[in-house]
Design a protein around this ligand. Structure first.
Ligand code: AMP
Ligand code: MG
Length: 599
């Protein structure tokens, strides 16, 4: 039927094919964050049918290309793009395009829109569109994503078109089972299936493994606006009204019908206050005094602010340039009636709560809160408020963990400090698992540690002990006790917080229904040289600020001991130095993850 496809890369390539209007792009826009969350780094190639341009007329790069550059590469410290003029009759060659992808930077390439190519594909099918199936004449289709009630006369793997999580599962499976055709080429995918106990894992491998075990809660509740408390929306919120309800003024000033040329002066015929209306229709040359938020009278389309107007003897003249339609907010310009105002899986913080209120909605359906049980282990760990025995330390981990879990909207059960005996631990774990979706402990999970906690965990649950290639926070236990997820965090207080931010946070957010969440990362210029080690991700506590050059700058908080909680207090972000870097020199760009979200 067409040229056989030979993947030139060392990573898998997977296509999505469908007739237009099936919702391919909509799906990919949801699938991409979902896969990112599972640790899969993505490249996307999209076939456009029309003459498109990514550049903007007036930009230097645009003008140089228009002047005749066949290839134009524009680059900054955050992004680069190569634009190539390639006027040809048929489609561009996918293999050639694939060769442009940097396979060491991503784990899989998703391809949208090359319907006819013999590349492994998922077919998206929406029966309501009345289009035929593609799989009947294309045997490169691996799976069909369609609606629940679609009859599928095929042995092919069936996926639910409306279940992004399920399609993501399939992509993960495909990526993990894919073998490079040439065994000499490295496979850069996260191979979840081969991960086992006591394994060295990278941060992204650990996270992928964890997220693949998290199933979001499905139970929902109807909650009043006053009790929303950062819960996660379980259904799209559809606006019952236009916001704003009517076209209104954005300024205190004068409303009139724009005309060209503008008359010397307008006749003042009335005044309209917010919450009221001007009953007549303005004629050319007439104006009304209008307040912010007041409806713009029929006939008028433009507002001039009071500061630029001169009113005398029922005549008004204006200073400065006037643009038709200025300072007027159109009915429905924020949100139109019937539009999705907030999508399912959105966390309802201050702005979202305000938006719901602005639509007149006083109740919404949210997911139930996950329940998290927390305890500490260790003979030396003592309860704050009590006298500190020699050789002991106060328990801080339980308090940082509880605060972060509460901030994420979880119900928290505090099980205290567990006395150093197998029977106490066993009883606590059993009780915790019966009550909580997630059980979090700290201490006693270091590889090589003689701690009894491992013995009990091995007996009660299905738990892996990992060495994550990161600092701080190398040891991490993860698995299941009964139906609950179990996190055994390290003992050191900073390691606990960093491990929580990197692993527990994404898991709790996914569990709570916030399925599109990704840690916010920003580029910043480091003002000092930061040391790291290849093969290990470094999470340095940092302080970021806006520099005089208008860019973000960051410095470390100084001493980075993994027990020094003061570094978390001083800092406002983690500086992340990936496992491929040895050191970052002063003046270079690093990524930072602000605490703002959680701490
Ligand atoms: P572990 O992983 O149990 O060997 O603990 C590593 C370090 O963290 C030790 O110095 C412990 O004293 C300390 N640590 C363990 N649990 C806690 C806790 N709940 N609060 C503060 N420090 C702790
Ligand atoms: Mg210990």
């Amino acid at each position: 039927m067409s040229t056989p496809f030979v993947n030139p890369l060392s990573i898998p390539v997977l296509g999505f094919c469908a007739y237009s209007g099936t919702g391919k792009t909509t799906l990919l826009k949801q699938l991409i964050p979902e896969l990112n969350q599972r640790g899969l780094r993505l490249a996307v190639i999209k076939h456009a049918h029309h003459n498109f341009d990514v550049d903007i007329p007036g930009k230097d790069s645009y003008e140089m290309r228009k002047a005749g550059a066949r290839q134009m590469l524009v680059a900054s410290h955050v992004r680069w793009a190569l634009m190539t003029e390639d006027a040809r009759d048929g489609d561009p060659e996918l293999v050639h395009l694939l060769k442009q992808i940097e396979a060491d930077k991503v784990d899989i390439v998703l391809v949208e829109g090359f319907k006819k190519l013999t590349l492994p594909k998922i077919e998206l099918h929406r029966a309501a569109h009345g289009k035929p199936f593609i799989y009947t004449h294309d045997d490169n289709i691996l799976a069909i994503a369609c609606c629940d009630d679609t009859e599928l006369p095929s042995e092919l793997r069936r996926l639910d078109l409306n279940n992004v999580g399920q399609i993501a599962d399939f992509v993960m499976e495909y990526a993990n089972s894919w073998q490079a055709p040439n065994p000499a080429l490295p496979i850069a995918t996260v191979d979840v299936s081969t991960l086992g106990s006591d394994k060295n894992l990278s941060v992204s491998q650990g996270l992928a493994q964890i997220l693949s075990h998290v199933t979001p809660v499905t139970e929902v509740e109807d909650i009043g606006l006053d009790d929303l408390d950062n819960r996660v929306l379980a259904r799209d919120s559809i606006s019952p009204v236009d916001v704003p309800q009517q076209t209104n003024s954005a300024m205190d000033g004068y409303a009139f019908a724009y005309q060209e040329p503008m008359p010397e002066s307008f006749s003042l015929v009335g005044e309209v206050l917010a919450g009221h209306q001007y009953s007549g229709t303005l004629k050319a040359g007439e104006t009304v005094r209008i307040m912010t938020g007041a409806p713009v009278p029929a006939g008028a389309d433009t507002v001039q602010p009071r500061e630029l107007a001169n009113e005398a003897n029922a005549k008004v003249s204006f200073d400065g340039r006037i643009q038709q339609g200025q300072h007027v907010r159109l009915a429905g310009e924020d949100i139109g009636q019937g539009q999705v105002a907030l999508t399912q899986a959105t966390r309802l913080s201050a702005a979202e709560q305000g938006l719901l209120a602005s639509l007149g909605l006083d109740r919404v359906t949210v997911y139930r809160r996950p329940t998290v049980a927390v305890f500490s282990t260790g003979d030396e760990v003592s309860q704050p408020g009590e006298a500190l025995n020699p050789n002991c330390i106060y328990d801080s981990n339980r308090y940082t963990i509880k605060a972060m879990a509460k901030h994420l909207g979880c119900n928290v059960i505090d099980l205290g400090i567990i006395e150093d005996s197998e029977s106490a631990l066993e009883a606590t774990l059993t009780k915790a698992a019966a009550q909580a979706d997630v059980v979090i402990s700290s201490g006693g999970v270091s590889v090589g540690d003689a701690d009894y906690i491992k013995t009990v965990l091995a007996r009660l649950g299905n738990i892996d002990f990992w060495r994550i290639n990161m600092r701080p926070g190398r040891p991490l236990a993860f698995g299941k006790v009964g139906d609950s997820l179990f996190f055994g965090l390290p003992g050191n207080p900073v390691a606990v917080m960093v491990s929580f931010l990197q692993f527990v946070q994404p898991a709790l957010r996914k569990l709570a229904g916030e399925t599109h969440w990704q840690a916010p990362l920003f580029p910043a210029i480091t003002d000092e040289t930061l040391r790291s080690r290849t093969g290990r991700t470094e999470f340095i506590r940092g302080i970021y600020r806006l520099g005089n050059d208008g860019r973000l700058h960051v410095t470390s908080t100084g001493n980075q001991g993994s027990g020094m909680l003061s570094s978390m207090v001083k800092g406002n972000c983690l500086i992340i130095i990936g496992d491929d870097a040895e050191a970052v020199n002063a003046g270079e760009t690093v990524f930072i993850q602000p605490f703002a979200d959680l701490l």
